[in-house]
Design a protein around this ligand. Structure first.
Ligand code: GLA
Length: 533
């Protein structure tokens, strides 16, 4: 085919299939980081060896590209304020190391703190971590790290800034982002390390942000971090990701636990930064890290994080679109965090899929047949199944959990006692509701992809917890409905109210709020098309 025709043909293909193009945003970072295994005890030879191992192990070929030097490289700040590297560990500085990493076709990451002192200076009693943080040296350090040394990525910790200087997160990270952008022409990838979901502002500054305290190589840590990320899907996507912390694969977890760990990090689109010694990594762990089908979930061009679609018998089912928005292909995870066997069963309609569904096991990387109507499986304790589903039909959704909503005022910093939050509630669908909704017009919940195939009249049924003095304002594409006479008897448990609404074809934006008093705690809502006579 002549080039021009080939080009037109490809354009047509994209236009007609809506197939995913190369996204313009960053995908979750993949690579290796020094902290989990070595803490502050790193040095030039060690970093180079790990960089070599990324290439020789084949990890580079499947997408791992960052070599991140975490805490431990600092020496001191000289009289001019310039950072010197540790004299024994990095006698030749970091410029040569970044160049070495680049010479392997990889990217280089560095670490600092938003305050004056590093976390290592506190927790690892590292005297060299004192007065080497970014505070007061933002532009000077940015110039050194990115322009002189050539690093591409930075993780910015908060020990010195929070514990010691009591700075405010949003303001502090904004100052740092500005300083970096002012001195550096290249776009530097930034990771906010504040050990809790910091707030929706983070996506304007960073490619990823930590959502939990430090990971460790045991099951409880893995389970806890997954739990922290279950209801954060609305904040991730397209170049901005919830960071579940560096991987503990190859550091002694059991095989099924490693599958849960890697599988969940993949389907939740967390950065994948390996934390073990790559020169001694067990074969099975390396094989898992190189599973291209799981990696494809993580690096999927839609850049979405899976959300919890069902929670039953202690088992979670999570789902996300892959390859194409609202297409017939979806990825699903059946996750059993419990210590007993868990039986899963979910109607295909709950996954918005119809007809015959082809299943492929992405951990085992093989097809496992077809089903209709229900998806079922049984899983041993602490284990996971991750499937790629390909259905005949994609169905119109009828159900929306409160915990899928985007809450612009949500953060997990525990700085305000009545901050809007996701809270457990027995009897609620998914056993979770959103609490402390309303009180001001910007404290709303938003579902921005409420999808209707053809548009028209619907019945919206909202489930909530009764409480006195509550009001609910529902805003659909800018049109408001106010519900004043809601149930007040809390002893009734989850109650529902039905209102007629009108949707347009395609995606609709639904907001719930109450501008002056609290709204009730919201569980979920359903939509039922009203048949036209
Ligand atoms: C904090 C971070 C870790 C690591 C150490 C370094 O604890 O959360 O990931 O970077 O600091 O001191």
């Amino acid at each position: 085919m002549k080039n021009i025709y080939k080009y037109l043909y490809i354009l047509c293909l994209i236009a007609t299939t809506g197939a995913a193009r190369n996204p313009e945003f960053e995908m979750p970072a993949m690579g290796w980081s020094s902290w989990n295994t070595y803490r502050i005890n790193i040095n030039e030879g060690l970093i180079k060896k790990q960089a070599d191992a990324i290439v020789s192990s084949g990890l580079k070929d499947v997408g791992y590209k960052y070599v991140n030097i975490d805490d431990g490289f600092f020496g001191w700040r000289d009289k001019s304020g310039r950072i010197q590297t540790h004299p024994e560990r990095f006698p030749n500085g970091l410029k040569k190391i970044a160049a070495y990493i680049h010479s392997l076709g990889l990217k280089a990451g560095i670490y600092s703190d938003a305050g004056s002192n590093t976390c290592g200076s506190i927790w690892d009693k590292d005297p060299n971590g004192i007065n080497v943080g970014l505070y007061g040296h933002e532009k000077q350090d940015a110039n050194l790290f990115f322009n002189e040394w050539g690093f591409d990525f930075i993780k910015i910790d908060y020990c010195g800034a929070g514990q010691e200087l009591a700075l405010e997160e949003q303001k502090r990270y904004t100052e740092i982002r500005r300083a970096i952008d002012e001195v550096c022409d290249r776009k530097i990838s930034l990771n906010i390390c504040r050990w809790a979901f910091p707030g929706t502002w983070a996506k304007d500054l960073a490619c990823s942000w930590r959502i939990s305290y430090d990971i460790s190589p045991n099951w409880d840590a893995i389970k806890h971090i997954i739990e922290k990320n279950l209801y954060l899907s609305a904040y991730a996507g397209q170049g901005h990701y919830n960071d579940m912390d560096m991987l503990e694969i190859g550091r002694g977890l059991k095989p099924e636990e490693e599958e849960v760990h890697f599988g969940m990090w993949c389907i939740m689109s967390s950065p994948l930064l390996i934390g073990c010694d790559l020169t001694t990594i067990p074969h099975a762990s390396l094989k898992l890290l190189k599973n291209r089908e799981l990696i494809a979930l993580n690096q999927d061009p839609l850049g979405l994080q899976a959300y919890v679609v069902q929670y039953q018998n202690s088992g979670y089912i999570l789902v996300k679109d892959i390859e194409r928005k609202r297409g017939k292909i979806r990825a699903v995870a059946f996750y059993n965090p419990s210590d007993s066997v868990c039986t899963f069963s979910i109607p295909a309609v709950s996954l918005e899929l119809g007809g015959t569904i082809k299943i492929r096991d992405l951990i085992k990387q093989k097809p496992i047949g077809t089903v209709k109507e229900y998806l079922q499986c049984k899983l041993p304790p602490r284990s996971i199944n991750i499937w790629r589903l390909e259905a005949d039909k994609r169905l119109e959704p009828t159900f929306y959990e409160a915990e899928w909503a985007y809450l612009p005022r949500y953060n997990d910093l525990a700085v305000r006692p009545k901050n809007i939050t996701y809270a457990p509630y027995k009897g609620a669908s998914g056993e979770t509701v959103i609490r402390f909704l309303g009180g001001s017009s910007d404290n709303y919940a938003e579902w921005n992809e409420v999808y209707s195939e053809k548009g028209g009249a619907y019945e919206m049924c909202i489930s909530y917890i009764p409480e006195v003095n509550r009001k609910l304002e529902i805003d659909i594409n800018g049109k408001k409905i106010v519900l004043e006479n809601l149930e007040t008897d809390v002893s009734k448990g989850i109650t529902s109210v039905t209102v007629p609404v009108s949707l347009k074809a395609g995606n609709n934006i639904v907001r719930m709020c109450s501008s002056y008093c609290w709204a009730p705690d919201i569980d979920c809502f359903t939509l039922k098309k009203i048949p036209q006579l």
